[in-house]
Design a protein around this ligand. Structure first.
Ligand SMILES: [Zn+2]
Length: 192
């Protein structure tokens, strides 16, 4: 007589095998070990930690969880209703260290290379890095707009006052903007 846990694990391993076979068909060459994102005008490598399938509504329970009859039924239904994943269902897991700890998450496979800030190849990020540098990198005689951060010639900046609620009541501050439009957006951003 098999335990609930044994039954459950057996079904989940069949689901995992089908998913893996489908992923191998979708991505015959596999996935590179790293992709790149943009940080401080540079392409930053990020390590791929997993490639898996995103599935709405069914999560494989961890080894410590108690397995109920209902869990087995759900796993059975997932196996019976299994359909091959599309590329959008493939999640690329990642993890990287930051000053205050480790950041981990997952991107939908097509987003890497589809988004201007994410690419398998570092070179592919160059146009976006150049675009950002031209707009935002510090420049002689320029200041960053308080709202959009765009480097703007100091002579054409406008000053604007922002009114907002503070612990002490109504407060105000004066900032420098690239345009009256940004001043308006910043005021809107301070209204709750
Ligand atoms: Zn601006």
């Amino acid at each position: 007589m098999k335990t609930n846990r044994e039954k459950y694990d057996h079904i989940c391993s069949q689901i995992a095998a089908k998913d893996q076979a489908a992923i191998d068909v979708l991505l015959p060459g596999g996935v590179p070990t790293q992709f790149h994102t943009i940080e401080q005008y540079q392409a930053k490598p990020i390590t791929v930690t997993s490639v898996g399938r995103y599935r709405r509504g069914f999560y494989v329970k961890g080894a410590e969880a108690r397995i109920t009859k209902k869990d087995i039924e759900e796993a059975d239904a997932t196996l019976a209703n299994w359909v091959a994943p599309a590329l959008d269902d493939i999640m690329v897991g990642y993890s990287y260290k930051q000053t205050y700890g480790t950041v981990s998450g997952a991107y939908q496979y097509p987003k890497i290379g589809g988004d201007v800030t994410l690419a398998w190849d570092a070179e592919a990020l160059s146009p976006e890095i150049e675009r950002r540098r031209a707009l935002y990198a510090e420049r002689e005689g320029h200041e960053p707009c308080a709202y959009c951060r765009k480097q703007t010639p100091s002579g054409s900046m406008v000053s604007g006052t922002i009114y907002y609620r503070d612990i002490g009541g109504l407060a105000k501050k004066t900032c420098r903007y690239c345009s009256p439009t940004c001043h308006g957006y910043d005021q809107c951003g301070h209204e709750g």
